[in-house]
Write a protein that binds this ligand. Structure first.
Ligand SMILES: CC(=O)N[C@H]1[C@@H](OP(=O)(O)OP(=O)(O)OC[C@H]2O[C@@H](n3ccc(=O)[nH]c3=O)[C@H](O)[C@@H]2O)O[C@H](CO)[C@@H](O)[C@@H]1O
Length: 362
């Protein structure tokens, strides 16, 4: 298969793409893959590091209110569509896939115009603006929450789940957390604010640090790369049961050893949580389109797989209280884990791969 794939900005759009690429290469080892992203997005670092051919185009997102910037955005969109067409003509893909973020808008639109089979993947319960726009031009749309279906043309929608789920389920590792300075015998709480980190979660975790000292669990606090120096400068003493890191490059390797996740309710994080069956405390970002993270989180709260804390109520004490409740009650954790796992789609990458095969007529 010759696969051209695009998605970017944040990890939530990039990791599903990488998981799909892994599946394509597993099923058809002689496949050729090209990833198109932007220079500014996280993909510029993550994708080449994963050893995947990577090209960039210049594009930016729309501002919500009318502004000169939006005229520039339209100009860049038209220009990047031309550039995307050029890349497509050179690479000659069998199929073009978009996993969200404004970069895939130009790439997938260009492919549809060139009559190449197209597929987009929507990770969230509420569709992103790029995918809504693209839904009119593409051949098929893979979704992860049944609620997302009504936002798209009915005949194009297929429930696939998130390919990242299959990737994390497939990884069998042990004693990975030891490598980052944690004990492999103590239960571990992972705290992180999505792929870029979240200021408010970091502040509350900082408040909670001294409360974590001496607990019968340990904490892996991942700040997000851009926040790390600030956080580290504010910590005088790190309790012995806490490790602070800027970013975890290989999250699937450590997740099987995590007893509880505290974090945002980004859709790709949720796919991991449900694939592995990990109890979670979700603090949805209030800054995302149509509050979609609250909807994402609610779907797990509804099946008693997660607890939710609103960001405006979050502080160190509440955070510690909720973590203590879960970590002090193994029976509750195992019930939440079981419920989470039932919501998982552990064969999502194969489902998307099969859709692509059909689209290209194999
Ligand atoms: C602010 C924002 O726009 N957030 C969106 C973004 O979130 P964001 O990019 O934060 O995505 P998710 O929370 O869904 O996924 C984060 C991904 O990054 C990985 N990770 C994270 C931290 C780390 O140190 N190492 C690491 O590998 C996680 O394992 C996961 O695979 O995309 C999601 C998926 O469309 C959306 O639901 C979110 O609303």
């Amino acid at each position: 298969m010759r696969l051209l794939i695009s998605g970017g900005g944040t990890g939530g759009h990039i990791y599903p793409a990488l998981a799909l690429i892994e599946e394509v290469k597993k099923q058809e080892p002689d496949s050729a893959v090209l990833y198109v992203g932007t220079q500014r997005g996280l993909e510029n670092k993550i994708v080449p590091t994963a050893g995947i051919d990577f090209q960039t185009i210049r594009i930016q997102g729309f501002k919500r209110s009318f502004s000169f910037e939006n005229l520039k955005t339209v100009y860049l969109f038209l220009k990047s569509t031309q550039r995307a067409k050029q890349i497509i003509r050179e690479f000659k893909p069998d199929v073009v896939v978009g996993t969200g973020g404004y970069v895939c808008g130009a790439v997938v639109y260009a492919a549809a115009r060139l009559k190449i089979p197209t597929f987009i993947h929507e990770q969230n319960s509420i569709a992103g603006i790029t995918n809504k726009f693209l839904s009119h031009f593409v051949d098929q749309i893979g979704i992860c929450f049944p609620e997302a279906a009504h936002e798209f043309p009915k005949n194009k929608v297929v429930f696939t789940g998130n390919p990242r789920a299959q990737q994390v389920v497939g990884i069998k590792t042990v004693n990975q957390i030891q490598k980052i300075g944690l004990s492999s015998t103590k239960p571990t709480v992972l705290i992180f604010g999505g792929s870029r980190g979240a200021r408010r979660i970091n502040e509350s975790t900082l408040e909670a640090l001294k409360l974590f000292a001496g607990k019968n669990y340990q904490v892996l606090f991942v700040t997000g790369s851009v926040h790390f120096d600030k956080v580290r400068s504010l910590v005088k003493e790190v309790p012995t049961n806490v490790v602070i890191k800027p970013y975890i490059a290989n999250m699937p390797a450590i997740l099987p050893e995590i007893s509880c996740i505290v974090g945002r309710a980004g859709a790709t994080s949720l796919a991991e949580i449900t694939a592995l069956g990990i109890p979670s405390v979700l603090i949805p970002s209030p800054y995302v389109t149509h509050d979609h993270q609250t909807h994402n989180a609610q779907s797990l709260v509804n099946v008693q797989a997660a607890e939710m804390i609103k960001e405006n109520e979050l502080n160190g004490q509440l955070l510690t209280k909720v973590i203590d409740k879960l970590m002090g009650d193994p029976a509750l954790r195992s019930k939440m884990a079981k419920n989470a796992k039932q919501a998982g789609v552990p064969d999502a990458a194969t489902r998307v791969f099969n859709c692509l095969q059909k689209l290209i007529g194999k």
